[in-house]
Ligand binder design. Structure first.
Ligand code: EPU
Length: 302
C-alpha cells in the first residue's frame, strides 16, 4: 500500500514519522519472505496515539513490525502499511537491579549488555533472535526461562483505548508463547528486574545455551525459529522428524534437516509455498498423532 496524500505525508512528518516508500519486507524478516509496502518509522513515542488516529481517519490499514523474526508475510503488493520503531542501541538503561529497555532494542544485545553489568537470569534468551518488544508480546523463552518472569512494568500503546498506558507486570498474563496483550497493543518500553550475578558466571551459562542451540538448530539459514508451538507435553519437532519429513519441500520452502520444527527458506520461497508446507505438515501430524499443531509463527495475509 502506498501513501500518496500530500497532506497526510506532511502531517506524519510533523509527528516525527519517517516515511520510507516501497520497502521490501523480505529484507526485514528472518525468513526472507514478504511483499512490498510503505514503511513508517515512529521516531516519537508520544505522538503514536495521534499517528494511529490519523491513519484510521485516512483509511490506511497498518501492521506493526518488530524484529521480523517470528512472522510470515504475504507476497506481492501488501494491503497495509507497516509501522516500525527505530532501532535503539543499546536501548538499555540500568538502575540497580532494574533494566529499562526500549522495545526496539535487540534481545540478544540486551542480555549481553545486562550481563556485562552483572545482571543475569536471561542467559537462555541469548540466541533468540528479534527485538525485546517481540519477545515480550509472545513471552519468548528457551532453556527453562521466559522473559515474562522479569517484567515489572511495561509502557505500551493500547489500541482499544487509543492511548499510551503503563501496566504492572502482575497485570499481564505470561503463558507459554502467549500473553494477555491484545493483538494490536504496541510494546514501547519495559522495566525488567534481574538477579545480580557475576559476569563470568552469566557468560558460562550463555556459552552452554549457545552450544546447545548450535548443535540442534539451523542457525545460519533463513527461518522464523520454530514454526509450531509444542503441544502440551509433546514436541512438534520430534513428531515431524519421526514422520520422516526432514528435508520435505514445497518449492523453496523446506523442513530443516537439522531441526524438524524449523522451516527454511532455502532460496527464494514465496509465502504461498511456505503456507502449503505448513498445512501439509500439520495435516500429516494430525493424521498420525491426532494432534492439532498451533502456529507459533504469526502469519500476515493480505
Ligand atoms: N527432536 C527430534 N528431532 C528434531 C527436533 C527435536 O527428535 O528434529 C527432539 C529432541 O531430540 C528433543 C525434543 O525433540 O528430545 C525437544 O527438542 P528441543 O530440545 O530442540 O526443543 P524444542 O521443544 O524442539 C523448544 C523451543 C525452542 C527453544 C528450545 C530450547 C518451542 C516450539 N521451541 O524447542 O524455541 O529454543 O526448546 O529451549 O517451544 C522457538 O520458539 O522459535 C524456538 C526455537
Amino acid at each position: 500500500m502506498r501513501i500518496n496524500d500530500n497532506a497526510l505525508i506532511a502531517r506524519l512528518k510533523e509527528l516525527g514519522v519517517e516515511l520510507r516508500p516501497g520497502v521490501s519486507l523480505a529484507a526485514k524478516t528472518s525468513l526472507g519472505i514478504g511483499g512490498t509496502t510503505d514503511q513508517l518509522l515512529l521516531r516519537r513515542y508520544e505522538s503514536i496515539p495521534e499517528v494511529m488516529r490519523l491513519l484510521a481517519d485516512n483509511q490506511t490499514p497498518h501492521r506493526f513490525l518488530g524484529g521480523g523474526t517470528n512472522v510470515l508475510i504475504d507476497d506481492g503488493e501488501l494491503a497495509w502499511v507497516v509501522l516500525h520503531l527505530p532501532p535503539a542501541h543499546p536501548g538499555v538503561r540500568l538502575e540497580g537491579n532494574f533494566a529499562f529497555v526500549d522495545a526496539s532494542a535487540d534481545l540478544g544485545g540486551t542480555v549481553t549488555f545486562c550481563a556485562k553489568h552483572d545482571l543475569g537470569g536471561m542467559e537462555g534468551l541469548i540466541g533468540v533472535p528479534g527485538s525485546v518488544g517481540g519477545a515480550l508480546r509472545m513471552n519468548a523463552g528457551a532453556y527453562g526461562m521466559q522473559i515474562g518472569s522479569f517484567v515489572r512494568e511495561i509502557e505500551l500503546y493500547r489500541a482499544a483505548k487509543g492511548d499510551l498506558e503503563t501496566m504492572r507486570g502482575d497485570q499481564i498474563r505470561f503463558d507459554y508463547r502467549h500473553t494477555s496483550f491484545a493483538p494490536d497493543d504496541v510494546m514501547l518500553r519495559v522495566k525488567l528486574e534481574l538477579p545480580s550475578k557475576p559476569y563470568k558466571e552469566i557468560l558460562a551459562g550463555i556459552r552452554i545455551c549457545n552450544e546447545k542451540r548450535r548443535s540442534s538448530q539451523p542457525l545460519n539459514q533463513k527461518s522464523a525459529g520454530c514454526i509450531f508451538k509444542n503441544p502440551p507435553g509433546g514436541s512438534a519437532g520430534r513428531m515431524i522428524d519421526t514422520l520422516g519429513l526432514k528435508g520435505h519441500r514445497v518449492g523453496d520452502a523446506m523442513v530443516s534437516d537439522r531441526h524438524a520444527n524449523f522451516f527454511i527458506n532455502a532460496a527464494n520461497s514465496s509465502c504461498a509455498d511456505m503456507l502449503k508446507l505448513i498445512d501439509y505438515v500439520r495435516d500429516r501430524v494430525r493424521a498420525s498423532y491426532a494432534v492439532e499443531l498451533e502456529n507459533e509463527v504469526i502469519v500476515w495475509r493480505n
